[in-house]
Design a protein around this ligand. Structure first.
Ligand SMILES: [Fe+2]
Length: 346
């Protein structure tokens, strides 16, 4: 299985994952043979990449995701609805947010070995919605690693889902600006944690800890963050987790003002900034939670063969050689195997 951009997919290839509608219904099932008409339609729906198989027989290579696609879509809708309601000063449906966060935590807790893997395959109308759900999933897996009990994981997940709620009050033209912000624009952006906190803290059904995630997710260990410049122990552990997940997902995502970096480079950079900016225990949790070479990545092995990542488990990467003398072979790479990944190519 590989991840290809839509223009590189040929008709006759097979779809490797279900494609769901915004309501969570299957639009195109895994195993469907792709045709030109399907590919055109998917392009119209803003799909940029797809997971595909060359041969129908490859479809046994099942991948397990931390959270089902259906739950992910539901969560994106809940975040979208919450932000829209916040913008128009309507009451938020906190029960619905709590319920979805509970489902996410349940699904993650049911799968002890699962890691965050998938790359974005669709250009969403608003980055904030899918980004918030990714951060929720990554933060929950990290929280599990750090030993948080179930009830606290749920509060963390709610905080992660709504951490950027305050951004809805910041002008879109500032958030999507592709050049440096003026001091005044920076001041506006720095208000979003406080705006989110003020909006969330009024709900008795929402834990104040979840609201503090919104308030503190841009604080940094050395006091260089915003809005209050809090230092290490002044920052709540939940906010430290979401800070790392947020920075990681932002680094690996395409943004108007910069290109994405590869996952393993983002992990290394966050580790290099610990403990100065990020809590060391938390960046260690990140290395446990996310795949450095996600499924579909094309990598260069130390023996100069090219391979595509077909599956990942914690501390284990499965690849298929696509160029080299062992072409077609599947191998498993751990830190102890002779063959190692030297670089990522795509
Ligand atoms: Fe933020």
């Amino acid at each position: 299985m590989k991840l290809l951009d839509l223009d590189s997919i040929k008709s006759g290839m097979y779809l490797a994952r279900d494609i769901l509608s915004a309501e969570g219904k299957v639009l195109l099932a895994r195993g469907t043979k792709l045709t030109k008409a399907y590919l055109k339609r998917l392009k119209d729906f803003n799909y940029t990449h797809l997971y595909v198989y060359d041969n129908y027989d490859d479809k046994e290579l099942e991948i397990i995701e931390p959270v089902s696609e259906k739950t992910r879509i539901q969560a994106i809708n809940v975040v979208r609805e919450s932000l829209t309601k916040a913008f128009t000063w309507q009451d938020l449906n906190i029960q619905q947010v709590n319920r979805l966060a509970g489902i996410i935590v349940d699904e993650i807790c049911e799968k002890p070995d699962v890691i965050f893997n998938m790359m974005e395959i669709k250009a969403h109308d608003d980055y904030t919605f899918s980004h918030s759900v990714n951060i929720c999933i990554i933060s929950t897996i990290m929280g599990k690693f750090l030993g948080l009990p179930y009830t606290r994981l749920k509060k963390l997940a709610v905080g992660a889902l709504l951490h950027d709620l305050g951004k809805i009050y910041i002008e879109k033209k500032i958030l999507s600006k592709d050049s440096n912000l003026t001091p005044e624009e920076t001041r506006r952006v720095h208000q979003h944690p406080r705006l989110g906190f003020d909006r969330l803290r009024i709900y008795p059904d929402l834990s104040i800890l979840s609201a503090h995630v919104a308030y503190q997710h841009h604080e940094r260990e050395d006091g260089s963050g915003y809005p209050r410049g809090l230092c290490s122990e002044e920052i709540h552990p939940f906010a430290k987790i979401v800070a790392v997940a947020d920075s990681y997902d932002a680094m690996v995502s395409k943004r108007p003002y910069r290109k994405p970096v590869f996952n393993h480079i983002a992990i290394a950079e966050l580790k290099a900034n610990s403990p100065t900016k990020y809590d060391l225990k938390v960046t260690t949790a990140l290395t446990w939670a996310v795949a450095p070479y996600p499924i579909g990545s094309v990598v260069l092995l130390a023996n100069k063969e090219k391979a595509v990542v077909t599956n990942t488990k914690r501390k284990k990467t499965m690849v298929q050689i696509i160029d080299g003398k062992n072409k077609g072979e599947f191998i498993e790479i751990t830190k102890d195997t002779e063959v190692q990944i030297a670089d990522r190519l795509a």
